[in-house]
Design a protein around this ligand. Structure first.
Ligand code: CU
Ligand code: CU
Length: 348
C-alpha cells in the first residue's frame, strides 16, 4: 500500500503538479523536462478560447510563458485528424482481402517537443484501421522490419495457428522475417489487433496496435465515421503514462477540433488500448450517444454521455449533434484529461 501510494505520488508530483500548474514542488517541477506539456496545456486549455483563464494565468505567472507548441505531423508520418477517417480496406485478390503490414522502430512526437521511441505498424500509431466485411476470407502478410521480435494477434474467431502468439503457429516473428495470418472476418463488430510478444505490456505500450472493423453483411446506415483509439505513453519508462491521448497526439483535437455536421449521423469507433492504467473513458459534453458494445449487435444497449472501458474493450457510439458550436469530449478520469486526453467537436 505504501509503495503504491508513493509510486502514485511521485508521478503526481512530477507531472500532475506540472500539468495543473500548481508548482507545488518547484524543484521537481523544474527538473523534469516538461515545457512542451505546459505549452500543450496552455494551448489547449487557456489562451485560445478563454474558457479556462484562471489556471492558465496562474501557470504563466509561475514563469512558463512560451510559444504554443505544435507537433510535426509530417515528421511523424501521420496526422491524427487524417487518422480519424482513414479506413484501410486492403485489396481483394482472387476472392481474398489482403493487407501488407510492416512493423518497424520509429521515433514519434506525442506532444509538442515530447519524443517517444515507438514501435509501429505501417509507420503509424495506432496502426492502420483494417476494415473488412463479415464472412470474407482475410490474409495479412506481416513483415517484421523492427529490431525486436513481434507478432500480430487479432481479436476475432480463428484457428490457434493464426492467433499470432509466441509458441503457436509461426510464433514470434524475428527481425527481418515475415509470416502470413489467414482467417475469416467473424464476428461482425469492432475488434482490434496488437503485438503479442513478451513482455506484452511493453509491446503494446510502444505502439503496436490498431483497430479491426468487421462490417455486418448488410452494412450500417450511412454516417460520418471516426476511428478513435484511446492510448497513452510512458515517456520515462516507469511503467506509468505521462501523456494520454486519442490517436496518439496529446490535445491534438483541442488544438484542431474535429469538424462534423449538425444533424448528420456520426459514428465513432472507440477502442481503449491504454497500458498501465486499469480504465479509460470517453465523455462528451452537451450531447448523448447510443452505445453498441463491441459493435456485435445492431441494437444499442444504452443512451448515455459516458462510457468506461478496460484495456481491449471497444464500442461503437452513434449520435447526431442537434446544435452547432464547440463541444468538449474527454476522459472522465480528470488526470488523463489534464495530461492530454481532451478535445472538441466543432459542429457546423
Ligand atoms: Cu512486439
Ligand atoms: Cu488483445
Amino acid at each position: 500500500m505504501s509503495k503504491l501510494w508513493s509510486k502514485k505520488l511521485s508521478r503526481r508530483r512530477l507531472l500532475g503538479s506540472a500539468a495543473l500548474g500548481t508548482a507545488a514542488l518547484p524543484v521537481l517541477h523544474e527538473t523534469v523536462p516538461h515545457q512542451s506539456i505546459h505549452n500543450s496545456l496552455a494551448a489547449a486549455t487557456g489562451g485560445g478560447n478563454g474558457d479556462h483563464g484562471s489556471a492558465d494565468t496562474a501557470h504563466r505567472g509561475a514563469g512558463h510563458r512560451g510559444t504554443m507548441g505544435k507537433v510535426d505531423h509530417a515528421a511523424n508520418g501521420f496526422d491524427p485528424t487524417e487518422l480519424l477517417r482513414d479506413f484501410d480496406e486492403g485489396r481483394v485478390r482472387n476472392g481474398v482481402r489482403e493487407w501488407e503490414i510492416v512493423a518497424d522502430d520509429k521515433e514519434i512526437e506525442v506532444a509538442p517537443g515530447v519524443k517517444y521511441a515507438a514501435w509501429t505498424y505501417n509507420g503509424r500509431v495506432p496502426g492502420p484501421t483494417l476494415r473488412a466485411r463479415e464472412g470474407e476470407r482475410l490474409r495479412i502478410n506481416f513483415i517484421n522490419a523492427s529490431s525486436h521480435p513481434h507478432t500480430m494477434h487479432f481479436h476475432g474467431i480463428h484457428r490457434d495457428v493464426h492467433d499470432g502468439i509466441p509458441g503457436i503457429g509461426a510464433g514470434n516473428i524475428a527481425p527481418g522475417k515475415s509470416t502470413t495470418y489467414e482467417f475469416d472476418a467473424s464476428p461482425f463488430g469492432l475488434h482490434h489487433y496488437h503485438c503479442h510478444s513478451t513482455p506484452l505490456a511493453d509491446h503494446i505500450a510502444k505502439g503496436l496496435y490498431g483497430m479491426f472493423i468487421v462490417d455486418p453483411k448488410r452494412g450500417r446506415p450511412k454516417a460520418d465515421e471516426l476511428a478513435m483509439v484511446m492510448n497513452g505513453f510512458d515517456t520515462n519508462f516507469d511503467r506509468e503514462n505521462e501523456v494520454y491521448a486519442v490517436n496518439t497526439v496529446a490535445f491534438e483535437y483541442a488544438r484542431k477540433p474535429i469538424r462534423v455536421k449538425r444533424g448528420e449521423l456520426v459514428r465513432i469507433y472507440l477502442l481503449n488500448i491504454l497500458e498501465f492504467d486499469l480504465m479509460n473513458s470517453f465523455h462528451i459534453h452537451a450531447n448523448f450517444f447510443d452505445v453498441y458494445p463491441t459493435g456485435t449487435s445492431l441494437e444499442p444497449t444504452e443512451l448515455t454521455d459516458t462510457v468506461i472501458q478496460g484495456q481491449g474493450q471497444r464500442a461503437i457510439l452513434e449520435l447526431r449533434f442537434p446544435f452547432t458550436g464547440k463541444y468538449m469530449f474527454h476522459a472522465h478520469v480528470s488526470e488523463f484529461a489534464e495530461l492530454g486526453w481532451m478535445g472538441f467537436f466543432e459542429v457546423v
